[in-house]
Design a protein around this ligand. Structure first.
Ligand code: GLN
Length: 281
């Protein structure tokens, strides 16, 4: 299965985030340590998103993708380190059997200020995700960039984030109505209700916050006062890395980690005070 990574903090070279540490995302391409039965290496391309501030002070996700193995692309060492950003989302891909190997299938998927990655698999995704999209009143999956479960999941997440009156928009509490952790939790529950063995490690960012879920895949977080990182596998041996337990949705910013259960109520899960507090200390 794929490996993904999200960074928020002081401006850093985008390429450096891909090669940072003794077990960098690039190394996780050919030598991942914790794939949990989901493939062996991540050789089916990679992608990276970073954020630019546009006139009017709005953030927009920019992106570079290549369907070749990350370790074969000289842009990682020669071009991407020249771009700097305070936020990065990156992924290396191991295509699920039966899904195309092509540039448009490589995460991150982006739209406006959003970037999204999926580490996992949804069996029978065409039928299952069509049903889920209909349940949430999300427009057609024909908008998916590639014929993969991940691209279709992104169409649904986008719909939940942006369409007033969808399942998220109807949440009773307006403060949380558009909370992306609610969108991810509801999506995970709707998919798992139909395919209990689905693997759904989702990663989302708007350039200022990271949201991520754990469903049958590994995830670790490193939260400091200045910077925060979410990664399928820690890229170094910093003692501050902590594993995120199964069945969680995390909301991460520098200096802040909130962990909630995916199995909670319609507002995105029960806030797990004990874990969140511990994570801050
Ligand atoms: N199923 C997705 C794809 O084929 C994600 C694969 C993965 O996590 N390895 O792109």
């Amino acid at each position: 299965m794929c490996r993904h990574l999200g960074y928020l903090g002081p401006a850093a070279p985008v390429g450096e985030l891909l090669t940072r540490g003794t077990h960098s995302l690039r190394e996780q391409g050919w030598a991942p340590r914790d794939m949990r039965g989901g493939g062996t290496i991540n050789a089916d391309g990679f992608g990276v998103a970073w954020w630019v501030r546009e006139p009017g002070d709005t953030l927009r996700a920019s992106r570079y993708r290549n369907p070749a193995p990350i370790w074969t692309d000289p842009a990682v060492d020669e071009v991407l380190p020249q771009l700097w950003s305070t936020a990065v989302v990156a992924a290396v891909r191991s295509a699920t059997v039966g899904m195309p190997v092509e540039r448009s299938a490589c995460a991150p998927f982006t739209h406006g200020r959003w970037a999204f990655s999926h580490n996992g698999v949804v069996r029978d995704w065409q039928r299952v995700l069509t049903e889920v999209a209909a349940e949430f009143g999300v427009p057609s999956l024909l908008d998916a960039e590639s014929r993969t479960d991940s691209a279709a999941l992104w169409v649904i997440v986008r719909g939940l984030l942006e369409t007033p009156g969808t399942a998220v928009g109807q949440a009773a509490d307006s403060f949380r109505a558009h909370d992306p952790s609610v969108a991810l939790a509801r999506l995970a529950r709707a998919v798992l209700a139909r395919v209990p063995e689905a693997r759904l490690n989702l990663l989302l960012s708007d350039g200022e916050t990271l949201w991520a879920t754990t469903v049958y895949h590994s995830l670790a977080v490193l939260v400091g006062e200045e910077a925060a990182v979410v990664a399928s596998e820690p890229y170094d041996d910093d003692p501050r890395w902590r594993a995120v337990p199964e069945g969680r949705v995390v909301t991460v910013r520098p200096g802040s980690l909130v962990i909630a259960s995916l199995a909670g109520d319609d507002r995105g899960g029960d806030y797990l005070e004990a874990e969140s507090e511990r994570a801050r200390s």
